[in-house]
Design a protein around this ligand. Structure first.
Ligand code: FEO
Length: 402
């Protein structure tokens, strides 16, 4: 099996999941990886596990890197089952002397795997600033609560100046290449952006605090090994992803309007196209995303990257169209901020969808446009109102960037 040296004494020993296409509701067209890292020194430490079923691949890579040597320590940065699912299996085979994790991670490990199992693992609870010497190398731990679970933790390999931040800076991207500089940058950044939009968007404040904490602690970072996707090892790649996180966490976005909609009998579709005409008349980019044709994780990336978005829906039985209702539920959980937003759509008699969408987006505290509705099929006057809405939202998007 190919060996991958990340830096100095740090090796990648993860597993590649070429097939996964749905990651708890997040569509992953390019698959993913479950990255684990091995630091080989006087003592050997494995940082992170992998999803259940991928243990044999990780174990084979560990053996390929350190032979029959004992893995002395296992660090659990995060307990979500894509990283801890194979940990009981791995511990049975590697028999590490001790397991290191945050207090909340230990609590979660007990809840997932049972105290009778976890009691046998010799778990040491660590907190920010705690260190573990391996010989030449020192592991330094940094708690990262809500990035993106309460138990989350980063591990920093001080001498290699390498940060292992688990889900932070990740991408759902399966590739035979291990490093960002070996893959098309636009693909890596597209997946990093999609990942941020669908996993980390609600935690922008915590991302900013973490970036500040890394600065306060004076950590020099020459490489970042996330738990999914490729590793950032070139200075320009490290700078690119850190800068992207700084911008995304502040909800900085492009001068673009996303029109997110679905349609029954083409009325809302016609409205969408007219609104899009209005947006482009103002010289602003417009992205049109029909919900029944686009994975919601891609639509969320558009919300992350666009300064404005409108949601359009027909009324079906006094309610939103089901795809729109489902998307709105997903969007509310991810809590976008600092966006110009609005609702539009069509109805036959009673209406309901536009009012509901408008109320939900208003509850999110977004900068709202006045809602726009059409009865049955948009007339030419209705279409002119749509063009006008497009022009207005585009103007507000431009002003917001000034
Ligand atoms: Fe990759 Fe939060 O698990």
């Amino acid at each position: 099996m190919e060996r991958y040296l990340l830096k100095d004494d740090v090796w990648w020993v993860g597993a590649i999941d070429w097939d996964v296409r749905d990651f708890h509701g997040y569509e992953t067209p390019r698959g993913t990886t479950y990255n684990a890292y091995l630091v080989i020194d006087e003592k050997v430490a494995l940082v992170d596990g992998c999803r259940e079923g991928f243990g044999p691949e990780v174990l084979a890579r560990v053996r390929g890197c350190c032979g029959a040597r004992r893995v002395d320590y296992l660090v659990v940065n995060h307990v979500e089952p894509d990283h801890s699912g194979a940990i009981p299996w791995l511990i049975e085979r590697l028999a590490p002397e001790a397991v290191y994790c945050s207090k909340r991670a230990k609590d979660a490990l007990v809840l997932y795997y049972g105290d009778e199992v976890v009691d046998g693992w010799n778990v040491h609870i660590v907190a920010t600033g705690d260190e573990l010497s391996l010989g030449r190398n020192t592991l330094q731990f940094i708690e990262a609560p809500m990035l993106h679970w309460p138990d989350s933790m980063f591990t920093y390999v001080r001498e290699a100046k390498t940060l292992l931040p688990n889900d932070g800076f990740g991408q759902h991207l399966a590739t035979s290449r291990r490093f960002a500089d070996e893959v098309d940058t636009s693909v890596v950044m597209e997946e990093a952006s999609t990942y941020y939009a669908n996993i980390l968007m609600p935690f922008g404040g915590q991302v900013q605090k973490m970036l500040a904490k890394i600065g306060e602690m004076g950590l020099e970072i020459e490489a970042i090994g996330p738990s999914h996707g490729v590793i950032w090892r070139k200075p320009e790649d490290v700078a690119r992803i850190v800068e992207a996180y700084a911008g995304w966490s502040e909800f900085k976005a492009s001068e673009r309007v996303a029109l997110i909609y679905d349609t029954m009998w083409h009325s809302t579709e016609k409205m969408t196209m007219a609104i899009g005409d209005g947006v482009t008349q103002e010289g602003v980019d417009c992205q049109v995303l029909r919900l029944s044709s686009n994975p919601r994780s891609q639509v969320m990336r558009s919300v992350l990257e666009s300064r404005g978005f409108l949601i359009g829906s027909p009324t079906l039985n006094n309610n939103m169209f089901p795809t729109v209702g489902g998307f709105l539920t997903y969007l509310k959980g991810l809590r976008p901020r600092k966006r110009i937003a609005g609702a539009y759509g069509s109805f036959g008699w009673g209406g309901g969808a536009v009012k509901q969408i408008d109320a939900e987006l208003t509850d999110l505290g977004l900068d709202m446009m006045s809602p726009l509705e059409t009865k049955y099929m948009p007339s030419s006057a209705d279409l002119n109102a749509c063009i006008d809405l497009g022009r207005q939202v585009a103007r507000r998007v431009k002003e917001a960037g000034e």
